[in-house]
Design a binder for this molecule. Structure first.
Ligand SMILES: NC(=O)c1ccc[n+]([C@@H]2O[C@H](COP(=O)([O-])OP(=O)(O)OC[C@H]3O[C@@H](n4cnc5c(N)ncnc54)[C@H](O)[C@@H]3O)[C@@H](O)[C@H]2O)c1
Length: 323
């Protein structure tokens, strides 16, 4: 197949590109390299089957041209993560809303299937655990910048459902805290990347708040499995899927595990949220997906246990963070 991956030089995008090329697809990747990196896709640059367009998804004529050429679109390009969105709220809305509108509009014009990358942030601070795809969203006020990421992804999903109602094949994947090789240590605040960097450098491992907030960390191979299945399974069209592990880990326990697995002497310290995000930051206490629907319809099962995934990630970080 010919496949377009927007955000193809990013963390998840580049792993998806690896898998698509590995199974024999021809891949077009568009990425403005804002958070994506050439290093992520370096091994493919010489391949006849891989085409990198260093440009923005806001370039409508290029998106039109690319979508016309391919059989399937994975739309991952976005200004990602709460910290980036808080720092550049306008840029985030433009990329995440206007950009997605353009990609979906082109897909509708040429009638191409789209897999849209959404986020567990959609659920906001809902306390109803686990999160089911049809659950209510619970968000804070609009003057709290962090909620604009959730809202921008929700608008993307509304666009997707609107086109889906017109018959366009679309599946939405809501990722839950993906981690693995190529996580950017200076990136948008992936807690795994931060802790591993701190542990390898012997710096304090900084846990925000009391550390008892929890997440379900999902190894990148499982994230990509779910994404590919959403692209393949016809019964998944018109639906949204939680793609993640359902094994819950507190941030404090994550810090302890990373300290142990790296053999680090770093101390684990607690830092108030306001020192990192400023006043008024609201966190989500627990974030646990129900993956029943993804299991039943897509045949998705996360396979990599946290300890194994962390060991693989740490091995990569040792080679790449210069420690
Ligand atoms: N990593 C996670 O745990 C996670 C969780 C929830 C959702 N997501 C979603 O998954 C997708 C991929 O995220 P990621 O974690 O790989 O982050 P990432 O920052 O590595 O990937 C995003 C990519 O999009 C590119 N990009 C940004 N703006 C662009 C633009 N205007 N035009 C072209 N390219 C642009 C960036 O350069 C980057 O390569 C995003 O849509 C994100 O919202 C990720």
């Amino acid at each position: 197949m010919k496949i377009l991956v927007t955000g193809g030089a990013g963390y998840i995008g580049s792993h998806l590109v690896d898998r698509l090329l590995g199974r024999g697809d021809e891949v077009f990747a568009i990425d403005n390299l804002s958070t994506g990196k050439i290093a992520n896709i370096q091994p493919h640059l010489e391949s006849d089957q891989f085409h990198l367009l260093n440009d923005t998804i806001l370039n409508e004529s290029l998106i039109d041209h690319l979508v016309a050429r391919v059989d399937l679109v994975f739309h991952l390009a976005a200004l990602v993560g709460v910290k980036h969105v808080v720092a550049d709220p306008l840029g985030a809305i433009k990329t995440n809303v206007t950009g997605t509108e353009g990609v979906l509009g082109a897909a509708f014009k040429y009638w191409k299937k789209v897999v849209l990358a959404s986020s567990s942030e959609i659920y906001g601070k809902s306390a109803k655990i686990p999160f089911h795809e049809e659950d209510d969203r619970v968000l804070g006020p609009t003057n709290v910048g962090r909620w604009s990421y959730s809202t921008s992804k929700a608008i993307d999903e509304h666009f997707a459902f609107a086109y889906s109602a017109k018959g366009l094949p679309i599946a939405v994947v809501r990722y839950f805290n993906s981690y693995g090789p190529r996580l950017d240590e200076r990136g948008y605040g992936s807690v795994v990347a931060n802790f591993v960097r701190q542990a390898l450098k012997g710096e304090p491992i900084t846990v925000h708040g009391d550390g008892l907030q929890s997440r379900c960390f999902t190894y990148i191979d499982d994230t990509v499995d779910g994404t590919l299945l959403a692209g393949e399974v016809k019964a998944g069209e018109g639906l949204v899927f939680n793609i993640g592990s359902n094994a819950e880990t507190t941030i404090l326990d994550l810090g302890v595990a990373i300290k142990r697995l790296t053999g680090s002497r770093s101390e684990i310290i607690r830092v108030p949220y306001r020192e990192y995000y400023g006043e008024g930051f609201e966190d989500t206490r627990r974030r646990v997906p129900s993956i029943d629907r993804a299991k039943k319809i897509l045949g998705f099962t996360p396979k990599v246990k946290l300890e194994e995934g962390l060991m693989r990630t740490i091995a990569w970080c040792r080679d790449h963070y210069g420690n």
